[in-house]
Ligand binder design. Structure first.
Ligand code: ATP
Ligand code: MG
Length: 325
């Protein structure tokens, strides 16, 4: 039941990250849409690459789960350019970072900042539950630690499902030392930065930071700066400064349960930090347990806004092109 690469028709680029590009593709034999991640590799390292593909294939043995993006296969192609191709389930509302930036533009266009924010208590609770439930499954069943929880690795679809992707079976191979200094390895917990033993609690820290970013629109701990110095500086702040917190005042009005939940994730000393299973039992998760319909409704609204955003941006682009002429 493996997918053949030649049976895919590319439909367009979805996005790109540090390692490669993600493309929307149609699997013609069964008319199924898939996401195709293409990672270019230098052609001198076949041994490493084959090892990497072998490791990635282990992900195929992870059984489908409602909070894990399904994995369809990993390939190494040597025709023309050398690349690793990873096929996975396509999530039609995209990642949380994308939804966050679409929300930003949506507010700007409507100049309507008084409207209820997208990432309210219900939504954050449902996302947190999904992330924790996925993490718990990966660890309890396969002893896999995700290691890269951040908004771009949490995906949503209009059926109201939230799934995590890009868990690091092969992080050691993918991330050369250089890679750890570009982009957003800044969701790393203090113990990981300091090189201590890394447990599933590192992912709990990342979840806490992600929640703060989603509700404030900004990465906590003084923002991001993609120069090597900027990142070293940030890593130092994560270790030395007090734990990040949800803002109080400033027009925000978070529930008692949500504040407590985030406070339990963002504890610098990992022995004091709550575990995945403790957080799954937290009141903030329980509070919205019966609200699946409301969350599905939210996902549909997001899908609609994504479509609108794409359309407007396309028109803006075309107008800009015409003006240039
Ligand atoms: P980094 O390289 O730092 O991990 P990233 O997670 O954004 O960053 P990629 O994993 O290459 O990089 O993903 C690029 C973008 O493609 C993501 O931000 C997300 O919006 C989108 N994307 C990834 N996988 C899927 C998927 N299965 N379905 C829909 N969109 C996806
Ligand atoms: Mg990713």
């Amino acid at each position: 039941s493996s997918i053949q690469l030649q049976d895919l028709v590319q439909l367009g680029k979805i996005g790109s990250g540090n390692s490669g590009t993600v493309i929307k593709a149609l699997h013609v034999p069964d008319s199924k849409i898939v996401a195709k991640k293409v990672i270019p590799v230098e052609n001198n390292n076949h041994l490493v690459v084959n090892q990497l593909v072998r490791e990635l294939t282990i992900m195929k043995s992870v059984h489908p789960h409602e909070n894990i993006v399904s994995f369809y296969g990993a390939y190494y192609t040597q025709s023309g350019s050398n690349e690793i191709v990873i096929l996975m389930e396509y999530m039609n509302c995209g990642s949380l970072d994308k939804i966050l930036s679409v929300y930003g533009r949506y507010c700007q266009r409507r100049q309507n900042l008084r409207e209820e924010p997208w990432f309210n208590g219900l939504v954050i609770s449902k996302i947190s539950y999904a992330v924790l439930n996925g993490l718990s499954y990966l660890y309890e069943k396969y002893k896999i630690i995700h290691r890269d929880i951040k908004p771009s690795n949490v995906l949503i679809n209009s059926r109201g499902q939230v799934k995590i992707c890009d868990f690091g079976v092969s992080k050691k191979l993918i991330n050369s030392i250089a890679d750890t200094f570009v982009g957003t390895s800044t969701y790393m917990s203090p113990e990981r930065i300091q090189g201590n033993v890394y447990s599933t609690k590192g992912d709990v820290w990342s979840l806490g930071l992600m929640i703060i970013e989603l509700v404030t629109g900004e990465f906590p701990l003084g923002g991001r700066n993609d120069t090597a110095n900027g990142i070293l500086d940030l890593l130092q702040r994560i270790v030395n400064e007090p734990s990040p917190r949800l803002p109080s005042g400033g027009g925000y009005n978070f529930s008692r349960e949500m504040i407590d939940f985030v406070n339990r994730c963002c504890v610098k000393d990992e022995t004091e930090r709550s575990s995945i299973n403790e957080l799954l039992c937290h009141d903030f998760i329980g509070k919205y347990r019966t609200k699946d319909k409301e969350f599905r409704h939210w996902c549909k609204k997001v899908k609609f806004c994504l479509k609108e955003d794409k359309q407007i941006r396309r028109e803006d682009n075309e107008r800009a092109k015409l003006e240039k002429k």
